[in-house]
Design a binder for this molecule. Structure first.
Ligand code: AMP
Length: 588
């Protein structure tokens, strides 16, 4: 029997302990109002994510419980209790206030996974300001585009990152008034001009701060995501999103008060914020933060030594671990895992089952995206798993497969029929806009439905199965990459006339970025030019976004209206049928 045709049944004792014991029953009873009632709120109907994530646990007598355990690259460990986290985040809020940074002002972080990143996020929210995380592997161009679009007033980063990636573009960012530098190993004796010392500012600030009474609809988080065309999009999330962070932590990740939780995602991406910072804290549990990059041995040791009970990771990481075999996972002694989940890309059925071999637990796939702010479709602890399926919609979330018909949509009712995945608008962590781009936001909705841009099907029992993206965005190692951003960077090279970028299938990363370029007259393809272009793109875009492969073409296929036909480039790359090419320039 292949992995595609098995069902992983859950033993009764697992169901008995789960927060969601019976899917249908929980779904029928669930309301977002009851989920909100599990949180404190602030007087006068105010709601602030940071209060729910930190201070309320101190108020409820859990101040000495461990909130964050940080594992440094070099073996250092730093523990922060809820009380300590409350004080640190108060200080950061105070630093912002002293700088004159207030409600609605945007605070960006460009940091590795160090405690300051977590403190800056929560302190920013306490101050009523808006937090926007940037992936530290971005190069100067993605950073400039995002801070510029988001009108960042404050940036928290390290000296090394500042010198390499921010200093060269700072003059293009007039809104950026304050840069706070967190000490790192490379910090020189003299701080770069126009920057402040994070630690000194924190020491000078008070450990007390009254959390700003934000309204549930105030902007809290700005997460940049990529589209097929144009600049990155700033998805706006509001304080009310915390209701979904909490409810999904409970229902989809099955968090219990005694859990030790490890989300391996970087907070530069939405998973690393919603679940790497916020959701576990709203549950008052302990989160593990690992500063280091992926390393199978290190990860197994963390799972075992930190007694991780709930682990939220990504298919690329699972596939990399699968390479070293289940025996490697089992070596070194018993683990404490109770629940494993994964998100960000399709989780192959084989990977679900590998979890059983390696940890005696299936890996539970779940689905969501930057715009949804939290998990929308999931495999639950007490529900049987159909390997390869993303699971069933969260209680409180209505999903459907739809087909676009004219300017409307039609819900597809027949099972196992491909269509676009849609969600009925109105869940608390739904994005409330794309910053400065109402038109693009409006285009995501047809009537009551939010159209996700993903193609999927629903089986007769209500399980959803991912088919692919409806657009050209690329998913590489779980990170969404906009082809336009990569093409724009390549076009800055004097030899490049045209650039078209696709995701090339890859057994581990799912896709890798591949660029096709044609050259301007006077330039000829060569190995040295190819290498120069790879380096050029990497310097500008950073390793997370830059192409891994570049191929030269005499010219790129374009539509009659002049758009590069990425789909055709991809079909040719894969040796697939070229589909409808009647729109191709030059076609008769
Ligand atoms: P992002 O906004 O960067 O989190 O990327 C969201 C996109 O990742 C979705 O629209 C999907 O295309 C993809 N994705 C997320 N979770 C899954 C999953 N479980 N299976 C397949 N694709 C997924």
């Amino acid at each position: 029997m292949t992995a595609r045709h098995v069902t992983v049944h859950k033993p009764p004792e697992v169901a008995a302990r789960a927060n969601l014991r019976d899917y249908e029953v929980t779904r029928a009873a669930f309301t977002w109002a009851s989920a909100r009632a599990e949180l404190d709120g602030l007087p006068g109907g105010a709601l602030n994510i940071a209060h729910e994530a930190v201070d309320r646990h101190v108020a409820h007598g859990r101040g000495e419980h461990l909130a964050l355990r940080w594992l440094g690259k070099g073996g250092e460990v730093r523990d922060l209790t809820y009380r300590a986290l409350s004080e640190e985040t108060n200080r950061f809020a105070g630093v912002l206030r002293a700088l004159g940074v207030g409600r609605g002002d945007r605070v960006f972080a460009l940091l590795p996974r160090v405690p300051a990143l977590y403190v800056a996020c929560l302190g920013t929210l306490k101050n009523g300001s808006v937090f926007s995380p940037l992936f530290s592997a971005f190069g100067p161009e993605p950073i400039a585009a995002r801070v510029g679009l988001g009108e960042g007033r404050v940036l928290v980063t390290t000296e090394a990152l500042y010198r390499k990636k921010v200093a060269p573009i700072r003059h293009t960012l007039p809104s950026l008034e304050h840069v706070l530098l967190v000490a790192d190993a490379s910090a020189g004796a003299e701080r770069p001009a126009g920057t402040r010392d994070y630690e000194a500012e924190m020491r000078a600030a008070s450990a007390s701060f009254e959390v700003v009474a934000t309204s549930p609809s105030d902007m809290a988080l700005l997460h940049f995501t990529s589209g097929t065309t144009g600049k990155p999009k700033g998805a706006i999330h509001v304080h009310e999103a915390v209701v979904a962070h909490h409810a999904t932590g409970k229902l989809a990740l099955d968090l219990h008060p005694d859990d030790v939780f490890w989300c391996t995602a970087d907070p530069g991406w939405v998973t690393g914020t919603s679940y790497g910072i916020l959701s576990p804290l709203t549950h008052g549990i302990t989160s593990i933060i690992d500063e280091a990059d992926f390393d199978a041995e290190r990860w197994y040791a963390i799972l075992r030594d930190q007694r991780v009970t709930v682990w939220y990771t990504a298919p690329t990481a699972v596939r990399m671990m699968m390479r070293s075999g289940a025996a490697a996972a089992r070596a070194g002694g018993a683990h404490a895992l109770r629940f494993i989940a994964s998100v960000g890309e399709p989780l192959n059925p084989e990977a679900v089952l590998w979890g059983l071999e390696a940890f005696d637990l299936p890996i539970h796939d779940n689905w969501w995206q930057t715009e949804t702010g939290g998990i929308m479709i999931a495999n639950y602890a007490a529900m049987d798993v159909r390997p390869g399926s993303m699971g069933r919609p969260l209680p409180g979330v209505d999903a459907a497969i739809v087909r676009r018909v004219g300017s409307g949509v039609e819900v597809v009712t027949s099972p196992d029929t491909e269509g676009e995945l849609a969600l009925r608008r109105g869940w608390p962590s739904m994005f409330r806009g794309y910053l400065h781009d109402d038109e693009r936001y409006a285009k995501c909705f047809v009537g009551e439905w939010y159209l996700t841009g993903d193609l999927a099907r629903r089986d007769a029992d209500g399980y959803y199965w991912f088919i692919g993206r409806a657009d050209d965005v690329i998913k590489s190692a779980g990170h969404l990459i906009g082809p336009f951003e990569v093409e724009s960077a390549l076009l800055e090279h004097p030899a490049v006339a045209e650039a078209g970028v696709i995701g090339k299938p890859d057994p581990v990363a799912m896709e890798v970025v591949k660029a096709f370029v044609s050259l301007k007259p006077g330039h000829a393809p060569s190995e040295s030019l190819r290498r120069e272009l790879l380096g050029f793109a990497r310097t500008r875009l950073g390793p997370a976004v830059a192409p891994k492969e570049i191929a030269f073409l005499p010219s790129l296929p374009r539509t009659r209206s002049g758009k590069i036909m990425r789909r055709l480039l991809k079909a040719r790359e894969l040796g697939l049928p070229e589909g409808d090419t009647s729109m191709l320039e030059g076609a008769s």
